[in-house]
Structures are given as C-alpha cells and as structure tokens.
Ligand binder design. Structure first.
Ligand SMILES: Nc1ncnc2c1ncn2[C@@H]1O[C@H](COP(=O)(O)OP(=O)(O)OP(=O)(O)O)[C@@H](O)[C@H]1O
Ligand SMILES: [Mg+2]
Length: 165
C-alpha cells in the first residue's frame, strides 16, 4: 500500500474576480522510503497541494475535492481533532518562508518546544532539552546559545533549519 495517495485533487479559491483553480486534478502516490519532488513554475500550485495534505487550506475561500489517503486513511474525512493528532507526528510540513512562519517575539527554542509539547506531550524542561538536540541534528553550531535567540538574530539558512527542526 502506498504511504500517501492523492487522487484527482482539486483546490479552488473563490476570489472577488472569479474562481482560481489553483490545483485542478492532481494525482500521485508516494511509497514508503520514497522521496517525491514536485517541480513547477511559481504559482503553479505546489504549496497549495502540500497545504491540502496538511489540511491547512482555509475554507472559505478555499474548497478541496478529491481524495488524500495517508496509510489508507482519508485525510479529508478526519475530524479536526483527529487531524491535529496526525499533524506534527505522522505528517509535517517545512514551510517555505521561515520569516513569516516563525513568530518574531518568541525564541526559536520556545517555538520548537511548543510543537513537542503539543504533539508529544513533553513538559517545558524536556521540550527545551529536545529543542537543543534538534538544533544539533540540523547542524546549527552552538545550539545551546542559539535556542535562546529570536528569529531575526539568525541567518536565513539557520532559520530554514529551525523550521526543519
Ligand atoms: N488563500 C488563497 N486565496 C486565493 N488564492 C490563493 C490562496 N493561496 C494560494 N492561492 C493561489 O493559488 C495558486 C497556487 O499558489 P501556490 O502557493 O501553490 O504556488 P507555488 O507553486 O507554491 O508557487 P511558488 O513556487 O512561488 O512557491 C496561486 O495562483 C495563488 O495565488
Ligand atoms: Mg510555494
């Protein structure tokens, strides 16, 4: 069974000037251990396709149709609560723009820690220790110091690696 199976995905946005068919009939599957790259010109719908798999398309103005199955489960049919349990554990997304995805007024350690507390039930101290470990894993030097810094104090590449962490 494929790990992820997307069939005839359609994502449309209702805008003041009409319907934007951002994604119009996309199908693909990913097997366990496989890496799939989706390539295409700016605005062709790569991010919208990915956001659909995370169920992060705002409805309205968006409208999703088709099916997205993760290990056989239809993601589009899950309740919000079931989806929250999946997100950050079974399916995650590294967002494109770290400067808008990261909160400027919280340290990067707090933000990595928040994900761990919400999705894995760690307490504050465990989450902080794990955040340092994660920064080490993504190759950020002096993780113990960096974890206490704010996004604007990091380089663009480091911010992207914070998102991966
Ligand atoms: N919330 C929204 N409301 C209306 N239209 C949207 C919304 N989000 C995305 N779109 C439209 O969907 C289309 C696809 O956008 P998407 O962000 O998926 O492009 P992309 O392939 O990721 O581009 P890039 O390579 O620049 O990141 C675009 O026409 C965009 O304007
Ligand atoms: Mg994009």
């Amino acid at each position: 069974m494929p790990l992820l199976e997307v069939e005839n995905l359609q994502v449309h946005f209702r805008t003041p000037t009409g319907i934007n068919r951002a994604v119009d009939g996309v199908s693909f599957h990913v097997d366990p251990g496989e890496t799939l790259a989706i390539v295409g010109e700016s605005g062709c719908g790569k991010s919208v396709t990915s956001m659909s798999m995370m169920r992060l398309i705002p409805e309205p103005p968006g409208k999703i149709a088709g099916s997205i199955r993760l290990e056989g489960r239809d993601i589009l049919a899950l309740s919000d609560r079931e989806m929250r349990a999946l997100r950050g554990n079974d399916i995650s997304m590294i967002f494109q723009e770290p400067m808008t995805s990261l909160n400027p007024v919280l340290t990067v350690g707090r933000q990595i820690g928040e994900t761990l507390r919400l999705h894995q039930g760690l307490d504050q101290a465990q989450a902080e220790a794990r955040a340092v470990e994660m920064l080490t894993l993504v190759g950020i030097p002096e993780p113990g110091r960096r974890v206490r810094e704010y996004p604007h104090q990091l380089s663009g590449g480091m911010r992207q690696r914070v998102m991966i962490a």
